[in-house]
Design a protein around this ligand. Sequence first.
Ligand code: TPW
Ligand code: MG
Length: 539
Amino acid sequence: MNLAQSLLTALKDHGARQVFGIPGDFVLQFFKVVEESGILPLHTLSHEPSVGFAADAAARISCAPGVAVVTYGAGALNMVNPVAAAYAEKSPLVVISGAPGSHEGRAGLLLHHQVKRLDSQFEIYREITCDQALLDDPARAPGRIARVLRSCIEQSRPVYLELPRDRVFDQCSPVQRLPETGFDPEAVSACADEIMERIESASRPVMMVGVEVRRFGIESRVEELARRLHLPVVTSFMGRGLLAGSQVPVLGTYLGLTAHPDVGRPVEESDCLLLFGVTMSDTNFGVSEGRVNYRNSILAVDRSVSMGFHRYGNIPLAAVVDELVRRVSERPSRAEGRATEYPRRLEADDEPIAPVDIAKAVNDLFARMGRMPVASDCGDCLFTSFEIENTEIVAPGYYASMGFGVPAALGVQAATGKRPLVLVGDGAFQMTGWELGNCRRYGWDPIVIVMNNLSWEMLRVFQPESKFNTLEDWHFADVAAALGGDGVRVTTRRELAAALERAAATRGRFQLIEAMIPTGAVSPTLGGFVGALKRRQRQ
Ligand code: TPW
Ligand code: MG
């Protein structure tokens, strides 16, 4: 087999299910192998940021590596922001970039797409990925690929592979998957003992689950643990959507006291907060305004466990959860706390649409037709998505990059075959909404709700006096037909309900609902959240 086939086969063996990309002359040969070998299906999109977001979302939703293939320079550097986002939000994304052939730099001429040195791109990617390799030697390539893919999965972070174009067809042996990195079972056992002691001596233990629980595929084991311990469970902001299908009632998502006090209070009053796979970020905790007691908390994240004044290193989250489950015997299950009540039953009248009406309309739809996976962008749509029933969701909850929603939905449908629902603002839709034009040829048919408030409204909440936050009316619904979908603009709650009903009943074409929301009508959660972040800035 050749190097490209060896790489594609290794990706498949490590769980990748498709490739997203945009070709260029430095990567044409690799694309040829992708297409002709059929080892993994290829989906091309229109702009590299979308390639990164789609591959990232495919990784998030399927808990397996997502693959983004781009050309050297203009392609790869165009994808820096999505890869940085995947790094920050711990998504196992494999970036493959073509590169000049091994001897091309020798003529002394600068090569097109070259920035400063030929390896500038490699250096840039070193900063935003957890492992990297140059595949310039077919004898060493299998070992390097194996190492990099193991890092990708174990750290659940992006990795970078650079493939010079003259190496693609070199003979190469298959990649042997490496065993998992070891750990000391006695350390895990001691750590689990100490966690148990702390839980048992606490009177109000609470479990908060974060994004690593999903990334490492241990939702059901964490659920089992929560059930046996009779612990109330909340998710972090980034962990939204976790335990969506579980038997354990999830109280809701912790957003400080801004959204649901029934979720905020148990967290802030807990004397033993178990933080499993939770990122200690301002979006997760800045909103707590100092009310979370970290001194009493136990943090298991990034392959380590911290409690009190000490830290256990090299403790995989899955290993410690398994040890804990083993220490707690089966007890009759009991619902702990009340799960969040989500808004429902949209009043289908002639009133204008508020963000919460979108949540109500979606909850009503889910109640009738079952839940759909949700892809959300950043902006008030993200806070609106938190008012939607707990369902699988991909969203830029921490790194907060706009432009994620639409391409992420394409990644979700490609990876799962399930029809996604997209929530996106007009500003973010201006960035990557065009990608919907790629739905037709792949048979994707997301339902897209553009919350059009003619504004970068979240920024207006931060700084109301600035006029630059006002956006033009682009009439997004009108372009849907040209892109191969159906579009409708709605301004009343009655029209919204009808449009969503019609969209759900129409399969095979993307459905764009442009929901006009009066400028200034933001969700209460957004207002509370921005207020908390502003207070933090001033501290
Ligand atoms: C890639 C900064 C955060 S929120 C926002 C901006 C520009 C406005 C979003 O407007 P939209 O939603 O989509 O209409 P809404 O509800 O606020 O009206 N560039 C990138 N990412 C971010 N986060 C920004 C800028 C930003
Ligand atoms: Mg807007």
